[in-house]
Design a protein around this ligand. Structure first.
Ligand SMILES: *[C@@H]1O[C@H](CO)[C@@H](O)[C@H](O)[C@H]1NC(C)=O
Ligand SMILES: *[C@@H]1O[C@H](CO)[C@@H](O)[C@H](O)[C@H]1NC(C)=O
Length: 487
């Protein structure tokens, strides 16, 4: 019965959003027929996953819509937000994205049978009018933590964004289960930049009129916040995550995302030679770009720490002196470009993860029980940091106070977000294994949470139960629609 369902997933075309959506696609494809709406460049990038699904006998395919970027001033082939390096092209990128509504509708109408449900990313709300015109149910997928979504919702509802005199006035998130202090720069919400109002309006409208919402989280992580949000919005909500944790085979893990800049085997054999929990893994994700003076400061701290580390750098990173790599080569691996992150995080030699606290990376580390040092950069990062440090107790703050988006404008604020001494002492605290230390306690908490999260996605766990409930709900909607169509 459920096997007859056809679900159409529409990610936001940013790699940090596409990957979780593909994870969702794989998961749902075990229960229904699934189509993911992409563009040619994004489809080509993620082809490996499709081949993998085909080998596993899953009914999963891509619909490739041509991307109208060039007619909005974007270079040919620029079809993913992480390819947009010029900030003035961000709004045109979203405009082009919004233009996909028409080809999507034409594609769906061309199918022998309309799909049973559209599942867009919350940031791809341009699908709502299509769903309405076709009479297809619409469930919104949230790729952010429920903690951050609820915080922003409450701030907005209480008019705090308008009331704040500037981006730095501190305020407490109202009606929140835990005391959380933020400012506009650290809790900015989505689509709040100049020229983005219309995207934001569409997003809120699509959320308000959806038939339900899915979260890439699990109840052990921020279920309490999701429940509150569900009560606020009067919607059905399901926590299906962490979606990245369902697949366990090495090939799928290593094949996630772009082509890796270094062989997974090479990294694994380097890690195999290290004692358990001794390697610090550093990756700020595919978007954040540390300024050169900060890169130099971090490098100095890592060098002084004497610890083994793997540092993933974006190709264009500058700020390292020419001999740095040679000086640390006995105990460090520098990867320039995309890294097979889950392969690394799942290795027992990794004992700490320094990272920007993006939700996608957070979900990738939690199932492996590795404690985190949080270095928030923008968007939801500071709120995720609060969840990890203040609620879950699995993270330690690096001490970043100002997001990257503000650090440059904010003279006389130094361009260095955190100094070398401070980084070095936090690294020592993070990696500390001595019995009775706060480091050991944090590690134990991380392991505890990992066990809960793994239980959630196992048969009969909370995420598995939510998934089945959601599929039942979609089947119910489909049945009602069929009866309605016949009358
Ligand atoms: C903004 O809020 C953060 C907490 O989210 C705080 O750590 C920081 O000090 C604040 N920034 C300024 C400049 O006051
Ligand atoms: C998403 O996950 C990949 C690893 O699969 C990671 O390298 C990347 O930084 C993440 N993207 C964001 C935006 O967090």
């Amino acid at each position: 019965m459920a096997a007859e369902l056809h679900l159409v997933l529409v990610p936001l075309l940013a790699q940090g959003h596409v990957l979780p959506m593909l994870d969702l696609a794989r998961l749902l494809a075990g229960h229904a027929r699934v189509t993911v709406v992409l563009t040619p460049v994004n489809a080509a990038r993620n082809k490996a996953l499709l081949e993998h699904a085909a080998r596993a006998g899953l009914a999963l395919d891509f619909a490739e819509l041509p991307f109208p970027g060039p007619s909005h001033g974007l270079p040919e082939g620029t079809e993913n937000l992480d390819m947009v390096l010029d900030p003035s092209l961000i709004v045109p990128f979203y405009d082009a994205l919004w233009q996909l509504a028409e080809p999507l509708e034409a594609y769906l109408r061309s199918l022998p049978r309309l799909p049973d449900c559209l599942i867009p990313d919350s940031m791809s709300p341009w699908t709502l009018p299509v769903a309405r015109r076709l009479g297809v149910p619409h469930l919104v997928f949230h790729g952010f933590s429920a903690f951050s979504i609820l915080a922003v919702h409450n701030l907005e509802k209480h008019g705090i964004y308008e009331r704040a005199v500037d981006d730095y006035e501190m305020f407490e998130v109202p009606d929140f289960p835990v005391r959380t202090v933020v400012n506009r720069s650290t809790a900015p919400g989505l689509y709040l930049g100049p020229g983005m109002d219309r995207f934001r309006r569409d997003m809120l409208e699509a959320e308000a009129s959806a038939e339900g919402m899915l979260f890439n989280t699990c109840r052990a992580m921020d279920g309490e916040f999701m429940e509150r949000y569900a009560a606020e919005r009067g919607h059905k909500m399901w926590a299906l995550g962490p979606l990245c944790a369902y697949k366990s085979d090495a090939g799928a893990m290593a094949g996630r995302g772009n082509r890796a800049a270094m062989d997974a085997e090479q990294i694994v054999s380097w890690l195999d030679a290290r004692p358990p929990a001794t390697v610090l893994y550093i990756n700020f994700g595919s978007v954040a770009r540390l300024l050169p003076p900060q890169v130099a400061e971090l490098a100095a701290a890592l060098e002084a720490s004497g610890r083994a580390f793997i540092w993933v750098l974006l190709k264009e990173t500058s700020g390292l002196d020419a001999e740095f790599e040679a000086r640390v080569k006995d105990r460090a691996l520098l990867i320039r470009g995309w890294a097979p992150q889950m392969t690394i995080l799942s290795h027992p030699s990794v004992g700490g993860f320094l990272n920007h606290a993006g939700w996608n990376s957070t979900l990738e580390v939690v199932p492996y029980g590795v404690p985190m040092m949080t270095w928030p950069q923008f968007a939801d990062n500071f709120l995720n940091e609060a969840l990890l440090v203040d609620v879950l107790g699995t993270g330690i703050r690096s001490g970043v106070k100002v997001p990257l988006t503000h650090v440059v404008q904010m003279d006389p604020m130094p361009v260095v977000q955190v100094g070398r001494e401070s980084i070095a002492s936090k690294v020592a605290e993070l990696m500390d294994e001595e019995e009775g230390s706060t480091g050991a306690a944090r590690r134990a908490k991380a392991k505890e949470l990992a066990a809960k999260v793994r239980a959630a996605i196992a048969e009969g766990g909370s995420s598995d139960t939510d998934l089945k409930d959601m599929l039942g709900y979609i089947a119910e909607l489909a049945k009602k629609k069929k009866v309605g169509d016949q009358n």
